[in-house]
Design a protein around this ligand. Structure first.
Ligand SMILES: *[C@@H]1O[C@H](CO)[C@@H](O)[C@H](O)[C@H]1NC(C)=O
Ligand SMILES: *[C@@H]1O[C@H](CO)[C@@H](O)[C@H](O)[C@H]1NC(C)=O
Ligand SMILES: *[C@@H]1O[C@H](CO)[C@@H](O)[C@H](O)[C@H]1NC(C)=O
Ligand SMILES: *[C@@H]1O[C@H](CO)[C@@H](O)[C@H](O)[C@H]1NC(C)=O
Ligand SMILES: *[C@@H]1O[C@H](CO)[C@@H](O)[C@H](O)[C@H]1NC(C)=O
Ligand SMILES: CC(=O)N[C@H]1CO[C@H](CO)[C@@H](O)[C@@H]1O
Ligand SMILES: CC(=O)N[C@H]1CO[C@H](CO)[C@@H](O)[C@@H]1O
Length: 437
């Protein structure tokens, strides 16, 4: 892909610098606290022991399988008949015919020599070493007793913990928009708004940052969102370290969706009906190895989420060295405002801690665990973020702006080493440190 002529590139870069300056001056104005939601914790009905509840939940979550694969990382992968996957438990999908591929040819990634030379390799998943799923099935990570016992809430297993959402006004150039800030999250991201987005993609640098407590998590991700700040439709894709969902501290490929800001709908991966998977080689929730090393080899996950107006779905697409891999799709019926388009795109990191803003800051790291100012091979990056609008072509996201909630804990910076080349977006940090106590 060749997104810019050098003239327009120069113009974009100049504008990017302007945006950063403006954001430095304009404060984020947080207006009101709303929809006070607090985690009710684990509620146990008096007549049922927890044990029975766990058994029931396991039955609900796991599916009959054709074949199962024991992966060396401890995961059991069930190859489930594609028509028996969790999505088909959704009332909206009772008579659904699976869509095999997008109604258009997905654009491949940047295959220019300079991009390939840049020693960032696509990711690979650990379970591939132990086997593969047959045609007509999809791989699903089996939920074990231990996973549920380790979860912070049995009822909300696979969902994000309840949160308090605050409305903040965010400015990019002339655009002002309401951003729903989740109270127990810290975010550092490149944010784009001001268009009707029909797709987004990026190469997301993969790391394995430390997570301090079992009920916290950290991600590197791309987000598409739309709707009121406290009742929004959201799709998130990327990598995550999340002990309370996965039971360990490995870096895993994840997807997430909701149509009500995470209050009751939606979940990670295939843990609730919603996402329809069509690919037999990509494991959602599967561990990614190797991850990038400090001052060493860098790895990326290429991810694309794109609206298919003919089939009325949002496709999720990735690629390996040789092929474009269509992972699956969200039927647009799952969403309200994102039935048509997304209003905002974000690329970056997210740290969740139930103790955010109380006492000591969490030491859960974001990205590589190093600040954005360390740049290439030390700070985590987003390469070639792209937006797609009604022109149906991918462009550099403009207007867009780096954004961080706690600059001394997790920072964000758009940086081009060589003048007049497209910047990389760097983000992350260690969390607790001298300046982030
Ligand atoms: C969202 O916030 C608005 C204004 O603060 C409030 O009127 C509305 O009821 C909230 N909606 C939901 C679903 O929480
Ligand atoms: C599914 O198909 C059955 C039989 O054709 C029909 O009765 C039912 O209404 C359909 N359900 C949906 C949600 O379309
Ligand atoms: C599985 O499907 C692929 C592609 O459609 C085909 O090339 C291959 O032969 C099939 N394998 C089996 C065992 O049917
Ligand atoms: C890419 O994915 C395709 C389809 O899953 C697979 O056949 C191929 O071997 C993969 N290529 C590499 C280099 O992993
Ligand atoms: C939101 O998602 C839930 C869970 O899948 C679903 O029951 C509900 O119908 C969806 N809402 C809309 C308006 O589509
Ligand atoms: C090997 C190589 O060319 N690495 C480059 C990849 O891109 C970053 C950021 O643009 C450069 O700093 C590296 O030198
Ligand atoms: C990641 C995590 O929560 N691990 C815990 C799961 O539960 C076992 C037994 O209670 C603990 O030993 C693990 O530390």
């Amino acid at each position: 892909m060749k997104p810019f002529s050098s003239g327009s590139l120069l113009r974009v870069l100049l504008m990017l610098r302007t945006v950063e300056i403006m954001v430095g001056l304009l404060a984020l104005v947080c207006i009101a606290l709303s929809s006070g939601m607090v985690d009710g914790g684990r509620s146990i009905q008096p007549l049922e022991t927890e044990d029975i509840q766990v058994e029931k939940k396991l039955k609900l979550l796991n599916n009959p399988f054709v074949k199962s694969i024991q992966s060396e990382d401890g995961d059991v992968i069930d190859c489930v008949d594609i028509y028996k996957q969790p999505a088909f438990d959704h009332p909206l999908l009772k008579n659904h015919t699976i869509k095999v591929s997008p109604s258009f040819v997905p654009t491949n990634g940047d295959t220019s020599a300079s991009s390939i030379m840049n020693s960032s390799l696509p990711f690979s998943q650990v379970w591939h070493k132990s086997g593969s799923c047959p045609n007509g099935t999809i791989p699903i990570r089996r939920i074990l007793r231990q996973h549920l016992l380790n979860a912070s809430s049995l009822e909300r297993y696979g969902k994000k913990p309840m949160n308090i959402i605050t409305k903040c006004d965010f400015h990019i150039l002339d655009y002002t928009f309401a951003l729903g800030i989740q109270h127990y999250h810290s975010t550092a991201a490149l944010i784009a708004s001001g268009f009707s987005y029909t797709g987004a993609k990026a190469d997301i640098n993969v790391w394995n940052p430390p997570v301090e407590a079992d009920d916290e998590y950290t991600t590197g991700q791309m987000t598409l969102t739309s709707g009121p700040f406290n009742n929004s439709d959201t799709i998130e894709v990327g990598w995550m370290v999340n002990p309370s969902v996965y039971g360990d501290r490995r870096t895993r490929l994840f997807i997430y969706w909701t149509n009500d800001s995470g209050k009751s709908s939606g979940c990670f991966d295939l843990l609730c009906p919603g996402f329809v998977q069509v690919n037999k080689d990509v494991l959602l929730g599967g561990a990614i190895e190797p991850t990038s090393s400090y001052y060493g080899q860098q790895y990326v996950i290429p991810l694309e989420v794109v609206k298919d107006f003919e089939q009325d779905v949002w496709w999720l697409i990735t690629r390996n060295e040789t092929d474009t891999l269509t992972i699956g799709y969200w039927p647009c019926d799952m969403f309200i405002s994102m039935y048509h388009i997304a209003e905002m795109l974000m690329w970056g990191g997210d740290v969740y801690s139930p103790r955010m803003h109380t006492g000591r800051h969490t030491a859960t790291a974001m990205g590589s665990g190093h600040f954005s100012s360390e740049h290439w091979s030390m700070a985590s990056y987003i390469k070639q973020p792209r937006m797609r609008d009604y022109s149906m072509t991918y462009k550099y996201p403009y207007p867009s702006s780096p954004f961080t909630l706690e600059v001394d804990c997790y920072s964000a910076e758009n940086y081009a080493e060589v003048l007049f080349t497209e910047p990389l977006f760097y983000y992350g940090g260690p969390g607790r440190n001298l300046y982030c106590p």
